[in-house]
Design a protein around this ligand. Structure first.
Ligand code: SAM
Ligand code: DTB
Ligand code: SF4
Length: 331
């Protein structure tokens, strides 16, 4: 926490949000909403710092789930080719490179419906290897049993990413091969194993503001708020049911970030997918509204991301610095 700032009452985490209250935040005048979110952001964080996370697809494509946004589902004909689980050495080499470039956290993603016990030893080796490099570890491997969650924690996993994706009322318009409750059950297994949760969703799938509020309401009323809260702006994938979705207005994306910051004040709020099509001004507004984490590197899982030199320039223009690095001393 920023030592010089006394947390505002509004910055205290709450778990008793109502859906109407969350929706009412979206309806605030834009400048008022962003101002409130910026205040709450400053109560818990140094708002000049940005967490940089590396994302690596360790198993791409061929997924049996039918998430309507995803290039990796085998239900849709997309340009993504399936590949086998990566070797731990390859994962470690990429993590080493990301660390050298300033990343603080490494997230390993697999296009699985659920983790199979046969893959656990290899995944555990990746996690312990990345952890030994001094990076925070995160993985997203589909649904987990409580025992698998315990094994991943023992291997050194700090965070588990499992998104609710959208509000409960819109969920079955997007995916039907698993339920909202399945997602909540995995999140509970992750928490019970003592790991931190990384959980958020996507905007731009045809959902209403109330659905967006519904997602944030779910997150804000979980037994523990997610420690990381990724907001993805849909990357439209040709061949998927959502490939022709109408893009969400940039200011609406900023509202989503601001409300996420207000209802989960201590979370790392990440602009996850979508920065590739955002201007630097829009990203700056997101940081003002409380976003404090991004994925770095030229690829997300299967789609493009701005890449190192664009992000170095962005941080330099904004005079922001990677989290975990010391501020330059005044001359
Ligand atoms: N298979 C695992 C799962 O679904 O939990 C892990 C990987 S999955 C690709 C991780 C998350 O990425 C999804 O829950 C979704 O929120 C996000 N995502 C996937 N495709 C996306 C897209 N085209 N645009 C934006 N976000 C996307
Ligand atoms: C998250 O919320 N977003 C990341 C990460 N968690 C795993 C994934 C974004 C994927 C974007 C589409 C793609 O590259 O395939
Ligand atoms: Fe599979 Fe995850 Fe893509 Fe859904 S989002 S199809 S579970 S890889």
């Amino acid at each position: 926490m920023n030592a010089h700032v006394k947390p505002l009452d509004a910055a205290q985490p709450r778990h008793d949000w109502t859906l109407d209250e969350v929706e009412a935040l979206f309806e605030l005048p834009f400048t008022e909403l962003v101002f409130r979110a910026a205040e709450v952001h400053r109560a818990w964080f140094d708002a000049t710092e940005l967490q940089l996370s590396q994302l690596l697809s360790v198993k791409t494509g061929g997924c049996p789930e039918n998430c309507g946004y995803c290039s990796q589902s085998q239900h849709f004909k997309t340009a993504t080719r399936a590949s086998k689980l990566m070797e731990a050495d390859t994962v470690l080499a990429a993590a080493r490179e990301a660390k050298a470039a300033g990343a603080q956290r490494s997230c390993m993603g697999a296009a699985w419906r659920d983790l199979k016990d046969r893959d656990l030893p290899k995944v555990a080796a990746m996690i312990s290897g990345v952890k030994a490099l001094g990076l925070e570890t995160c993985a997203t491997l589909g649904m987990l049993t409580p025992d698998q969650a315990v094994s991943l924690k023992a291997a050194g996993l700090d965070y588990y990413n499992h998104n609710l994706d959208t509000g409960p009322d819109y969920y079955d318009k997007v995916v039907t091969t698993r339920t909202y409750q399945d997602r909540l059950d995995t999140l509970a297994a992750v928490r019970d194993a003592g790991m931190s949760t990384c959980c958020g969703g996507i905007v731009g799938m045809g959902e209403t503001r109330r659905d967006r509020a519904g997602l944030l309401h779910q997150l804000a009323t979980l037994p523990a708020h997610p420690e990381s809260l990724p907001i993805n702006d849909l990357m439209p994938i040709a061949g998927t049911p959502l490939g022709d979705s109408t893009p969400v207005d940039g200011l609406e994306f900023v509202r989503m970030i601001a409300v996420a910051r207000l209802v989960c004040p201590k979370a790392m709020v990440r602009i996850a997918a979508g920065r590739e099509h955002m201007s630097k001004e829009l990203q700056a507004l997101c940081f003002l509204a409380g976003a404090n984490s991004i994925f770095v590197g030229a690829r997300l899982l299967t789609t493009d991301n701005p890449g190192r030199s664009a992000d170095d320039a962005l941080l330099a223009d904004l005079k922001m610095r990677p989290m975990g690095q010391k501020a330059a001393q005044p001359a």
